[in-house]
Design a protein around this ligand. Structure first.
Ligand code: TIU
Length: 222
């Protein structure tokens, strides 16, 4: 059991034997120019900057025998899992399913939907394709976590206030203890990231805890 004394809003007990790291949507479509994130008018360089920190978190989890679960926000090529209400938003010039510089935007199997090469899953790691913002909706995540005996989730990935926060809230409602690695997550909007960290740990960890990646790594190996 590793104690993260500096976690907020108060110390967090981490038992690596019951923990998994979940890396949300570190896909080219969100962090590289020409993808979905850029098509929405966002500056993707903010998101690129966390790749080394996320890589360190993943490496530390693997070394500690903690499962790493990767998610990808993407849709089937026939768009059967893309609600019109989702497709009809965003940029009219480059919508989900349209052909962009990295293939069809947010479509499974296209280059843009791939996880960035620096964070590539290892053979045998769970990779979940998810049509929603939350990773529990329309995926096998609940069953996977039950099979692994996981009770605690460490969150990393993008974007903090969209897919990361949605998944944390889903996990919190399902009884998981949730810890967000605050420097392994990023938003296109600094104010939104700060607000998300604050609202997660407000009211006595109403959604979960936050801590820096280095402290989490210490606890994983403590
Ligand atoms: N646009 C934005 O901030 N995020 C997303 O659309 N998806 C995820 O957060 N993965």
């Amino acid at each position: 059991m590793g104690l993260i004394a500096g976690a907020l809003p108060f110390a967090f007990d981490l038992d690596p034997a019951m923990t998994a790291v979940i890396v949300i949507d570190m896909q080219r479509d969100f962090v590289e120019p020409g993808g979905f994130g850029a098509s929405l008018g966002n500056d993707v360089t903010r998101l690129q900057a966390i790749i080394p920190t996320v890589a360190a978190l993943i490496a530390g989890a693997r070394a500690a025998g903690v499962p790493v679960i990767h998610t990808r926000e993407c849709h089937r090529p026939d768009l059967s899992d893309l609600p019109p209400a989702k497709r009809d938003r965003g940029s009219p010039a480059l919508r989900i399913g349209d052909l962009g510089p990295m293939g069809r935007v947010l479509i499974a199997g296209e280059p843009g939907a791939d996880i960035v090469p620096e964070l590539a899953p290892l053979p045998g790691e769970i990779v979940l394709d998810k049509p929603g913002k939350g990773a529990f909706y329309a995926t096998s995540l609940s069953e996977d976590l039950a099979r692994l005996g996981v009770k605690t989730l460490i969150f990393a990935g993008v974007t903090t206030e969209v897919c990361v926060q949605t998944t944390m809230r889903e996990a919190n409602d399902r009884g998981f203890s949730c810890l967000l690695a605050e420097d392994s997550t990023e938003s296109y909007f600094p104010d939104f990231k700060a607000a998300t960290l604050a609202m997660i740990r407000a009211q006595g960890a109403i959604v979960g805890w936050t801590a820096r990646t280095a402290e989490i790594l210490d606890a994983l190996h403590g």
